[in-house]
Design a protein around this ligand. Sequence first.
Ligand SMILES: Cc1ncc(COP(=O)(O)O)c(C=O)c1O
Length: 398
Amino acid sequence: MKYDFDRFVDRHNTASAKWDGIQNVFGVNEDDIIPMWVADMDFLSPPEVIKAIEKRAKHGIFGYSLRPNSFYNAVIDWMKKRHDWEIKKEWITVTPGVVSGLSMAILSYTHPGDEVIVQPPVYFPFFTVVKNNERRLVYNPLKLENGHYSMDFEDLKSKFTPRTKMLILCSPQNPTGRVWSRNELKKLGEICLEHNTLIISDEIHSDLVYKKSKHIPIASISDEFAQNTVTFIAPSKTFNVAGLSTSIAIIPNSKLFNSFSRIIEKLEVGLGNIFGTVATEAAYKYGEEWLEEVLIYLEGNLKFLKAFLEEKLPQVKVIEPEGTYLVWLDFRELGLNEHSLRDFLLKVAKVALINGATFGPGGEGFQRINIATPRSVLRKALERIEKAVKKLKTGGKA
Ligand SMILES: Cc1ncc(COP(=O)(O)O)c(C=O)c1O
């Protein structure tokens, strides 16, 4: 391997939400806790990205900036090369983040009181962007059968009303790690077209897909789908640059593009962050080799996690992810209620995961762990959980 993902880079005191934010969020001293919660990686970004930022920083003037053609070309080439989707410059617009983009999409395409469908367990800001904008949240829960999640199309069909305007899709799915198949996406797209419901497809994890699976942008399936979809992508998860606040919306339908652009104008968030622009361009132009290696490392971490739990902690079941560096763990066999499980992991095991119920209905008894960290850190976290579970079984005497 060319890149050393085993190397531990101390992130304490770098204003890292993941490493320095534990005290605030969990109310415990962060020095004792291994953070496996926030979805960023503990790996250095590709060297080309770091170099591009350094080069721009050395110039020393950081005034208002434009996005050059080379930025758009890098995005277009990446989508073609990695996802077989030919997109055009006039479909692309930039937002400060995917979540802020989701909120802008809600403002662009729906009115207060309209219904927005989400598919829990799912990334929890999907709930807040709907509720904070005074829209109504409608759940179409995923089905869990034999350790495998799938969409419940029959339930979905029963959920549409004249007020249903939008469905927010998570593809690949956080927290279950599903990479939706062409058939599943086709079915979903057709149902939404039938019911005049716009699809907002959050594809932020699309580059982080394991070997056996292939991510398909739902809008790439047909022109009809493209006209009914707003897709969000970003370099943030892929290349570990979430702090640079640069995400991309792809909107082939010009009417939809124009109303989204109006919201960007109204909010005055059209001008980008210089470092986000140069990092995005460098990542998409030069980051592919790094990405291939990080995927191999992550797959190795996943294998390690599965083997560890199977051998030492068989009560905790892994929902096998097809993509993302997030793993959905089933702790239900421990028989702890939501509050006790959270407390147990935090205070006894001293690892910070995300409580399943945070992801909505169906999440109870689960925890989400982030495995994008050196294997030594992952091992230490798992050993702590193993030891804590042993203690639990012996009534605290181990
Ligand atoms: C599905 C999904 N969407 C969006 C985000 C965050 O996007 P941003 O930081 O660009 O708002 C995350 C981060 O974990 C995510 O998992």
